[in-house]
Design a protein around this ligand. Structure first.
Ligand SMILES: Cc1ncc(COP(=O)(O)O)c(C=O)c1O
Length: 373
């Protein structure tokens, strides 16, 4: 009897998503008290207090099934002045991304995006077995003209993250508007705005809600600035026809009742948002200047992290391990497709100081080794 493969080749060749290191695992490995967790673009202030309060209040109803996100969708529809039929809520924006891929991609469809795109999207899109095409970055920015030139009859989804992870860069209103003129209506654009709140005050930033094009799906999340990454709650906006199809494939009861409550509470927490933005702006400045002070190239960021370039993959690995041994967790970007690069999230002021101090020691060690050699 001929043996049947357990999974299709495009699943066999995938690597499972590897999350950043946890505080506990680093503490245990190195016996350290203080860990600066700067590897996963989380909010170092914790969760929005209003979200925690709302979530706690929702615990009384845990015996009941959730309503599929309706309550949160209604609140978002009011907040953004759209119909509830234009809104979806899910288990993180990645949960919605996964449903988009399931609902709209098949057979000869192709996905088009930048090289070294957000790893979560790479994993999800490749798991569908369709052709995944990329164009190189232009100076660490999406090369929108090159992407437009690559659109063909099979292109079904274009994925754009703005600000982008892992580079932290944005494309501007003018660049997006020019790009959009070249995109046929049948092509869906996922505009992933997970870091929207960090960039929204930049007058050059194209808030996708401003456009409301019929083939653009906006994705946002409560994981970043609202500090709810552990809750898994995200949302999206799109034409009702797109949302109607997404509702067919989503798990009927996601997001959970406490997750919905947390999202609704977070939306009202303007004070927390403000505080988080201030801390982040300070952190970005400090990390950028600190790393540049060590002679490193840092890509200017509009998000809550910076990306830096090392000479070689070996150097990036060495710095990563050395920082880890000093209690500083950053993110190696080999899995994204950038083996020479590291990504550092902004932390508390103390985390940021720890990071630069530790880096200086690592750097001193390598400069010393270089001289000795
Ligand atoms: C660009 C981008 N999109 C989406 C996500 C995932 O967000 P969520 O936690 O809502 O699934 C991340 C998380 O790092 C991200 O960087």
């Amino acid at each position: 009897m001929e043996s049947v493969p357990l999974v299709p080749p495009y699943i066999e060749s995938l690597r499972p998503y590897e999350a950043g290191r946890t505080i506990e695992s680093v503490r245990k490995q190195y016996g350290l008290d203080r860990i600066a967790k700067l590897g996963s673009n989380e909010n170092p202030l914790g969760a929005s207090p209003k979200a925690v309060e709302a979530m706690t209040n929702a615990l009384g109803g845990l015996n009941f099934y959730p309503n599929g996100g309706l309550h949160l969708r209604e609140v978002l529809a009011r907040e953004y002045d759209v119909k509830v039929e234009n809104v979806i809520a899910g288990s993180g924006s990645e949960g919605i991304m996964s449903n988009i891929i399931r609902a709209f991609l098949c057979d000869d469809d192709e996905v088009l995006t930048t090289e070294a795109a957000f790893i979560g999207f790479q994993v999800l899109a490749k798991s569908r077995g369709v052709k995944y095409r990329t164009v190189p970055y232009a100076d660490w920015h999406y090369d929108l003209p090159a992407l437009a030139a690559q659109i063909n009859n099979h292109t079904k989804i274009i994925y754009l993250a703005n600000p982008n992870n892992p580079t932290g860069t944005i494309f501007t209103r003018q660049q997006f508007e020019e790009f959009y003129r070249h995109v046929p209506e049948r092509v869906l654009i996922i505009l992933d705005e997970a870091y929207f709140e960090y960039a929204k005050d930049n007058p050059r930033y194209p808030d996708s809600m401003h456009y409301r094009y019929d083939n653009v799906i906006t994705l946002r999340t409560f994981s970043k600035i609202y500090g709810l990454a552990g809750v898994r709650i995200g949302y999206g906006f799109a034409h009702e026809e797109l949302i109607r199809n997404l509702l067919k494939v989503k798990l009927p009861f996601e997001p959970s009742t406490p997750a919905q409550a947390a999202g609704i509470g977070a939306l009202a927490d303007k004070e927390f948002l403000h505080r988080s933005l201030e801390l982040n702006a300070r952190g970005l400045r400090y990390l950028t200047e600190g790393l540049q002070g060590l002679g490193l190239t840092v890509v200017p960021s509009q998000a809550n992290f910076v990306m830096t370039l090392l000479g070689t993959e070996q150097e990036a690995c060495r710095i990563f391990e050395d920082l880890l041994s000093q209690g500083v967790v950053v993110r190696p970007l080999k899995a994204f497709g950038l083996p020479n690069c590291l990504r550092i999230s902004t932390g508390t002021d103390e985390d940021n100081r720890l990071c630069i101090d530790a880096w200086r020691r690592s750097h001193g060690a390598s400069a010393g080794a270089g001289r000795a050699g």
